[in-house]
Write a protein that binds this ligand. Structure first.
Ligand code: CTP
Ligand code: MG
Length: 388
């Protein structure tokens, strides 16, 4: 079910009381509107996006859209009211778009499934409105006194995205405009036009960020939300044993007659753990970060490489939460040093020791590792968003 999306972002956020448009306020490491645009960027069935902003904020929003992965989008200049902004967005829509969804940029938590659900219902019945039920008792209040209690079972709270057959929405909005009326949402224009609006199930977490406390709620929900799940990566490293080198494992000097060959100190355990972290963050491997051709890195301690890796992950908003390591070697026996290696790895990755595991195996005399020619290290790392 293909559809277009109009995202309205031309408000000023007066109720937020910030010095700038609320849509640029930081939530979970990004401006609020980034999250909305990132969700829209990931809608598989969405064929066109119109972003409505003020002229003054146009370039800032277009840059944000790029960062969020929205590369092809149309722009329209918003008006003094949300109603005018939606009209401007619809006017910018190319011909031939059968279905259109209108969405508030101030709702960063609407899920892709909600967009698809609304679009499917709009295609079936012409107009679809996501709603949630009213949990609190609702009072009609006048001059500081309760006038009456309303029957909440007959009430529902409207959300966006709201979906429509494009021709129906445009006709309804034009009529509302001619009548000089304003609507706070599009469904209202369709209702006044005599159209049927079908409700679909909304999402309780799909809050409209309006007041400062909403920012904290959105932060909490996005921090643990689908876009910020923990990430898992794995890494492995093999180094050949050679005579005349110290054996470094996990930042610990292990007494042995040979050491691991390598451009750096050859610490296969730290290399595997670093690669697991880079993998979890979707980054290239250790060799691309610290090229062996670099003369400055000859003989470098792998703890220094790990420090640089942790710093890079922090800059990207990731914290290492867990590292699990397996060492495969015929000799030396790792068990006597496992606790020391575990402490060291915990220190390097800023972890509690309980969040690190060091396990060792032999290769049962099989292959090069079994003949004692090399050591293999395997690692899995878990990263979590820094706010967690
Ligand atoms: N909006 C718009 N054009 C307007 C007013 C609002 O595009 N003239 C957009 C807002 O940017 C927001 C959405 O409509 O994404 C919902 O509006 P609201 O949450 O009320 O945002 P603001 O109008 O910016 O906030 P406030 O009412 O507190 O000033
Ligand atoms: Mg408003």
């Amino acid at each position: 079910m293909e559809y277009s999306v109009v995202v309205v972002a031309a408000g000023s956020g007066t109720r937020m009381g910030a010095a700038q448009n609320k849509l640029f306020l930081p939530v979970a490491h990004h401006p609020l509107a980034y999250w909305t645009l990132a969700t829209v960027a990931h809608l598989r069935e969405c064929t066109q996006v119109v972003l409505v902003t003020t002229l003054a904020e146009r370039s800032r929003f277009l840059e944000l859209a790029q960062q969020a992965g929205l590369h092809a989008l149309l722009w329209a200049q918003g008006g003094a009211t949300r109603f005018e902004s939606v009209l401007a967005g619809l006017a910018a829509l190319p011909a031939g778009q059968a279905l259109v969804l209108v969405h508030d940029a101030a709702r960063p938590l609407a899920s892709p499934a909600l967009f698809d659900r609304v679009a499917a219902q709009a295609a079936a019945s012409g107009a679809a409105l996501p709603v949630i039920d009213v949990r609190d008792t609702v009072k009609q209040v006048e001059n500081g006194h309760v006038k009456q209690t309303l029957d909440r079972t007959q009430l529902a709270l409207a959300q966006t995205p709201q979906g429509f057959r494009t021709s129906l929405l445009i006709a309804a909005m034009r009529q509302a405009q001619q009548r000089g009326g304003t609507c706070t949402d599009e469904a209202q224009a369709v209702e006044a036009f005599g159209g049927e609006v079908t409700v679909v199930e909304g999402e309780r977490q799909n809050l409209k960020v309006t007041y400062p406390e909403d920012l904290r709620l959105a932060e909490a929900l996005l921090g643990g939300g689908s876009l910020q799940l923990p990430r898992v990566g794995h890494g492995m490293d093999v180094h050949r044993f050679v005579a005349g080198r110290p054996l470094w494992l996990g930042g610990v000097l292990v007494p042995y007659e040979r050491g691991l060959q390598g451009h750096s100190d050859g610490d296969a355990v730290l290399h595997a753990a670093i690669d697991a972290c880079f993998g979890a963050a979707g980054l290239p491997d250790i060799g691309r970060h610290f090229p062996p051709e670099d003369p400055h890195s000859a003989g470098i301690s792998s703890r220094t490489l790990a420090d640089a890796a942790v710093a890079e992950l922090w800059e990207r908003g990731w914290r290492v939460a867990q590292v699990d390591i397996t060492v495969i070697t015929e000799a030396p026996a790792i068990a006597p040093y496992a606790a020391q290696i575990r402490d060291s790895v915990a220190q390097v990755f800023r972890l509690h020791v309980d969040d690190v595991s060091i396990k060792a195996k032999t290769a049962e005399h099989l292959g090069a590792v079994g003949r004692g020619e090399a050591l293999v290290a395997l690692a899995i790392a878990v990263l979590v968003p820094f706010s967690d």
